[in-house]
Write a protein of this length. Sequence first.
Length: 313
Amino acid sequence: MGSLTVLLQLTLLVSFAILIFQANGQGLKVGFYPYKWPNLEPVIKDVIYKVISEDRTLAPPLQRMHFHDCFIRGCEGSFLLESPTKQAEKDAFPNLTLRGFQILDKVKLAVEKACSGDVSSADIMGPFWEVETGRKDGKVSILNEALTGLIPPSANISTLKKGFADRGLNMKDLVVLSGSHTIGISHCSSFSNRLYNFTGKNDADPTLDSEYAAKLKQKCKPGDQNSIVEMDPGSFKTFDVSYFTLVAKRRGLFESDAALLNDGETKAYLKFQALNKGPTFFKDFGESMVKMGRIGVITGEGGEIRKVCTKVN
């Protein structure tokens, strides 16, 4: 596969759509803007393409941003707001490693030039896939909500199932969206507990493949908080189904990855993708991303359309 093809694939993926969906969701719809602003999506696509062509490692952070936004207060851009006292969602510990905000600033600037005052920051989180749009921006962003509401990488299967069910997502969505770990990196601090102090007795997680654990220990020494590793070794820049194969072999990086093997329904879907090399994964991923994009959206007369993504009007 040529570099241009890979780049285009990544660009489409970080735009949060693989297929064309026509269903409405809570006032959202495909084609919310094009009638009034037919050049909107090309403008967004151009900015994203230029950014990703310069640094392909920025694709996973954009995807992660969408998840972190939607799981707290819904998909209404509240995680973009800044607080002078550092008490917004952006300031919560799980969000401190988010990166790529400058990309959204570039997109917002280009959008304001093309169609000033009409397109929300919440909608540019899902650029040029033909996804449902029509969101308004939220006005509230609270650090503690992100601190306690985001599902941590140490989550067990019960926490994962409840967290997704509370947001209207099913077990298939849980496994499908976990598949986004096929691209990107992680800091050692997110999983070092599995290597050195799993039960509080200076032990390792017995469910983690020993050979894989040994390789991780070479990269993450005790107490190391800042070093990084690939979430999908050898394939972390390519959106594919290798994540499922790794998890099935007990080589999922996070406890939340390994937890997918502890439930019959999630394990069955995971192993199906691993054994069949993901014939339906891309379609399923697109569908689950659209469902996630409907969580807690503000439409109609609610919310606002921010002039600047980091500040309420």
